[in-house]
Write a protein that binds this ligand. Structure first.
Ligand SMILES: [Fe+2]
Ligand SMILES: [Fe+2]
Ligand SMILES: [Fe+2]
Ligand SMILES: [Fe+2]
Length: 460
């Protein structure tokens, strides 16, 4: 099959590309201590069933399923995620509020960059509201102030599906758990959950296939069948304009990538801006190297997503002070490999996937995880690699504070000389990146001994 590039997509594909992208981001959110949990995907399959059974509009069903796929994006750590896996949760609102904010910021950012008023701010607005309310109790007392029908129907469906999923015991056949799960959710009827939705689920769950569809092995297919029906073209992730009046495919991909860059960045106090900085720096270096605007923008997406696989690394390792042991290093070295696989199934992402996930490869073949060398690494992959190191040197790390501009420059040049980074890209980067990066407040007291080695081993 010939390669497809995002910027070349011109047919009716954008909706299905965004749908696949959303599923990949959902899988990234489900990486945790327990491997892939499938929580988001399972909630999406349940809400899809509820919405269709209620005869709700395609627009509502699409928004519900799309929001279901990313509803817990505001969860900061694996530890916080484990807490939410219990049926009764003391504070379900912090992550709901944070998810709403992150999504709104991502949409707003796209709007601020857009030169033709493409309505970016509203892009994720309706999803953000749904996510804000997704733990609201039916009879009120919620920090949002909403109750009963004032809670968006999409949020009410996600709330119920979410709690059904946490009640499911993966070690036993799902359909054998029907009575006990129904008993628990019915005990909260009219208090925590919308009574009408309880009735719909009671009815739907009589069918064995309701439960079989939720099994790990059938789940992707259950979800995929939706895309083949009508969700791919539905509002708003699928609303991509080819006439230049609405948001373009690349606009939405950039905005969603920005959102997920923040989801990755906020897991560690040491990387609060890292992915977003690598995205912006990659764009700027590419511009200065004379690459086309569409390539520069795809490179920004690659930079934003390059550490997506870090969602599969424990924050205990990400934030560890002191040297990592062999097992921890193994987990760190797995993150670009995870990025590669997470971005593998999205049409048009062939290049973005490679540029994003080769950022720890080195021209001298000593990088990881694929051990590629200069004959296999494209200019674009080398750009992301240089920007990754630039950003890592600039930022504080558990094992040393951020470095001064002079030190950053010296180390980048040194790494280029020894074959760790591309020389041409470094030459451009050290000239132009100061203009796009706010270096104010960066400590210039960094201890540089062994820095090159720690950068190439610990990852960034
Ligand atoms: Fe949640
Ligand atoms: Fe959840
Ligand atoms: Fe990185
Ligand atoms: Fe990395």
């Amino acid at each position: 099959m010939p390669e497809q590039y995002l910027s070349r997509t011109s047919s009716a594909q954008p909706g299905s590309i965004l749908w696949k992208f959303l599923i990949s981001l959902s899988r990234a959110l489900d990486l945790s201590y327990n491997g892939i949990m499938s929580h988001h995907m399972r909630v999406a399959v349940i809400t899809d069933k509820i919405s269709r059974a209620m005869g709700l509009s395609q627009d509502i069903t699409a928004r519900t399923v799309q929001a279901s796929l990313i509803h817990d994006l505001g969860v900061k750590t694996w530890g916080d995620r484990n807490i939410l896996q219990k049926f009764e949760v003391a504070d379900p609102y912090t992550h709901a509020l944070e998810g709403c904010r992150i999504l709104t910021d991502g949409g707003d950012r796209m709007a601020s960059r857009s030169s033709n008023d493409r309505g970016g701010g509203a892009l994720f607005g309706s999803h953000a509201v749904v996510i804000l309310h997704h733990h609201d109790k039916w009879d009120g007392g919620n920090p949002t102030g909403a109750k009963r029908n004032a809670i968006p129907i999409e949020a009410r469906m996600i709330h119920l599906a979410d709690r059904i999923d946490v009640l499911l015991d993966e070690s036993r056949p799902f359909n054998s758990q029907r009575q006990e799960i129904l008993k628990i959710i019915q005990s909260q009827r009219g208090r925590v959950f919308d009574p009408e939705l309880i009735d719909v689920v009671s009815d739907l769950s009589k069918s064995e296939s309701f439960w079989f569809d939720l099994e790990q092995s059938f789940l992707p297919k259950s979800l995929e069948s939706n895309a083949n029906r009508d969700l791919a073209g539905a509002l708003p992730f699928g609303l991509v304009s080819l006439d230049g009046l609405g948001p373009s495919l690349l606009d939405v991909v950039e905005a969603l990538s920005w959102v997920f860059a923040e989801v990755v960045d906020r897991r560690s106090p040491y990387t609060q801006r890292h992915c977003r900085m690598v995205g912006d720096c990659s764009y700027t270096v590419a511009k200065n190297l004379g690459l086309s605007d569409s390539v520069c923008r795809e490179l920004r997406v690659a930079g934003l997503l390059h550490d997506l696989g870090k969602l599969g690394v424990s924050e205990d390792i990400l934030n560890k002070e002191g040297p990592l042991d062999d097992e921890e290093l193994y987990m760190i070295k797995r993150h670009p490999y995870l990025t590669y696989h997470l971005l593998s199934d999205i049409p048009g992402f062939d290049r973005i996937k490679e540029w994003a996930s080769f950022h720890h490869e080195r021209p001298d073949g000593q990088g990881y995880p694929f051990r590629m060398d200069s004959s296999e690494l494209s200019l674009e992959s080398r750009i992301v690699a240089v920007c990754d190191v630039f950003s890592a040197l600039y930022e504080n790390r558990p094992y040393r504070p951020g470095l001064s501009p002079e030190e950053v420059k010296r180390i980048l040049v040194e790494m280029a000389q020894e074959g760790a980074l591309d020389r041409e890209v470094v030459d451009v980067a050290v000239e132009v990146l100061w203009e796009v990066t706010d270096l104010g407040g960066v400590s210039d007291l960094g201890e540089v001994s062994d820095l090159v080695a720690s950068t190439s081993v610990n990852g960034s």
